[in-house]
Structure formats: structure tokens, C-alpha cells
Design a protein around this ligand. Sequence first.
Ligand SMILES: [Zn+2]
Length: 158
Amino acid sequence: MAVDNNYRKNQLITYLFNYAYEHDIGYVFFESDPNNPSLSFKNEREICINMNWHHHSPEVPFTVAHEIGHIMDGRPNLKQYNCCLDYGGLDDEERDADIYGLHLIYQYSCGQEDNFYDPIAFVQSYAIPERMIKETYKMFKDEGEFFYIDKSQNTLHA
Ligand SMILES: [Zn+2]
């Protein structure tokens, strides 16, 4: 769905920017070199998103959600400035921002009544990066998706 559907991708981006606005987070989006990272400035509560990341990658909405995660992370002594070139849990802050972003998009998805019962279908539909698959399974379990059967546990008991 959302992966190759620009309309849905833009709807999600709009939702995320509205979410930022409601949480007093300023945002700037720009189109530059596809390798230029997105940024967040914690004290200023501002995120800067390169919309041309990897040539308008379908993962741009997740990037927005990730940067929002950096600002919303309330733990003390966090870096004031995050330059998110290398995603994927290089440190706890990147990982936490990833998890926040994942939950934020899931929340949006639930509001759309998409009714995903399958973590993989969810990940694909919203172009969630592959590194988040394990965390997505965990989230579906924690969220009490009662239709969702944890196949990994079943095999353990078999
Ligand atoms: Zn980051």
C-alpha cells in the first residue's frame, strides 16, 4: 500500500508534521543531496528533514517519525544535536528514536483502521526499515493484537 503509493506516503508525512506541531516541535524540510542526513536539535525542539533522502526514499516518513522521537525522548543528558546519517541503533539514542518512530506510525495506522494482524504486512505498507522487524513483532505482541499468533513461540513448544 503505502510503499509505492505517494498519496498515502504524503498523508502520513502530513500526519507526522501535524503531530510535531501539536507537540511544539518546529520542522523544516528541504530537498538536497540524497545522502544528506536529517537532523534534530533537542533544545530548539526542531527537526530538519531531507525529503530527498536516498532519492525520495519511501522511508522518508519513518525518518520524520524517528527525528520526532529524538525530541520526544525525555531522558536526561541526551545529545542536543542528532545527525542521523547512520540509523540502526549505533547507540541507545538512535535506537530509542527508532522505537518511538515505530510506535508513532503504528498509532497512525490504527487510526486508519488498517487492522494489520501481520507485523510484516505493517512494515511493508509503511516502509518501515528492515532493521525494525524484530521490534515490530515485539510491539504487536505488547499491543495485545489478539489475532496475532506468535509463531516463534509455537515452534518452541512443538
Ligand atoms: Zn537519529
